[in-house]
Write a protein that binds this ligand. Structure first.
Ligand code: EAX
Length: 343
């Protein structure tokens, strides 16, 4: 090979390398431009209606996130069980096919046993006690424990923050004044073993049904009643098919915004900070909205013909004691005692 030829070949090779490098740089910059332009889009699925204050709070969370990140991190909210009921959404979050869900801690107890704590009857004295615990050291500790599954190891879930979900009360097609009125009747519960035991302890038959299917179940008489807060009753129009609501306030189970640990791990520190800041704002927004909504919803369902019954809570508290004894064991008992000690 002559000197001239090898120079020619070398020149060709260098040319190809330079061209590929140039294309790589152009393509890389284009990718970057796209991320900057469109932002990262995450998805959240939940089971409540668009009329529910929780949905409005999630939209607020999404707006805050777009604002604080200058549209670099966005959240799409899919309501009304479009992406599945609560348990299905938790499973998807765990496996990483869904980024976020808003769920009651009720069904979460099947994934992280410690969450059953929140389903214990009369755990909190009132709304003040509830928020003092959730916003304090105990609440934050419990939130971080969501990432650990029973017996150690990762759960795949990252807890982001609590929302108010008020107290849960029985509503039915018959008036309930005391536990004996539950006898021989079927009550819908979440997919939550503690809620099942609670209804049984009061003498009723617990029937787990996804929230999105409950209207039909009540209408068709598959169940005689259910238990929830006034905002959920009204926004799902259950008051059309259950004419009595008893203010027994047997539980105060929080709603939670949870994330897939896989998604969380993919985010930059900046993105994580944006999420935390928006969640904090959404939490205070939701608390205010909740207070108004709870009162208004109760007044509205009364206006639409529901009889609201003030009950003596004492016989309810007495009947559910064995449920507390059954679940308050080990670590859960430690948290139970710490919560009771918060004044
Ligand atoms: O998270 O299923 C239920 O009864 C829950 O209260 C509802 O999904 C709120």
């Amino acid at each position: 090979m002559s000197k001239g030829n090898s120079f020619f070949i070398l020149g060709g090779v260098l040319g190809v390398i330079a061209t590929s490098l140039l294309f790589t740089v152009i393509l890389y910059n284009q990718d970057d431009a796209e991320v900057a332009d469109q932002g990262r889009v995450l998805r959240l699925g939940h089971n409540l209606s668009v009329k529910h204050p929780l949905h409005q709070s999630l939209l607020y969370f999404s707006e805050e996130l777009s604002n604080v990140s200058g549209n670099q991190l966005k959240l799409e909210v899919y309501p009304a069980s479009q992406l599945g009921d609560e348990t299905k959404c938790i499973e998807q979050v765990q496996s990483g096919t869904l980024d976020f869900t808003k769920t009651s801690t009720g069904p979460l107890g099947n994934f992280v046993g410690l969450m059953k704590l929140f389903s214990l009857p009369y755990l909190f004295r009132d709304s003040g006690h509830y928020w003092q615990v959730l916003e304090g050291e105990i609440g934050q500790e419990l939130l971080s424990k969501l990432s650990v599954r029973d017996g150690g190891g990762a759960s795949g879930i990252h807890g982001l923050g609590y929302f108010d979900s008020g107290s849960r009360n029985f509503y039915s097609n018959v008036p309930i004044h005391s536990p004996k009125d539950l006898q021989g009747r079927k009550f819908r519960v979440m997919r939550d073993p503690v809620a099942m035991d609670l209804v049984s302890a009061l003498g009723g038959s617990p029937t787990p049904i996804p929230f999105g299917e409950l209207y039909t179940a009540l209408k068709q008489g598959v169940v005689d009643g259910a238990e929830n807060n006034p905002s959920s009753v009204l926004s799902a129009r259950h008051h059309e098919v259950a004419k009595y609501l008893s203010l027994d306030a047997h539980t105060r189970i929080p709603d939670l915004v949870i994330m897939s640990q896989k998604t969380w791990n993919k985010l930059s520190d900046q993105e994580k900070a944006w999420l935390e800041a928006s969640m904090l704002k959404a939490t205070s927004y939701q608390r205010e909205l909740w207070k108004v909504s709870e009162e208004k919803s109760l007044a509205q369902i009364k206006k639409e013909g529901v009889e609201v019954i003030e009950v003596d809570q004492a016989p309810f508290k007495l009947a559910v004691k064995p449920v507390i004894e059954k679940y308050a064991q080990g670590e859960l008992l430690e948290f139970y005692n710490r919560i009771q000690a918060v004044k």
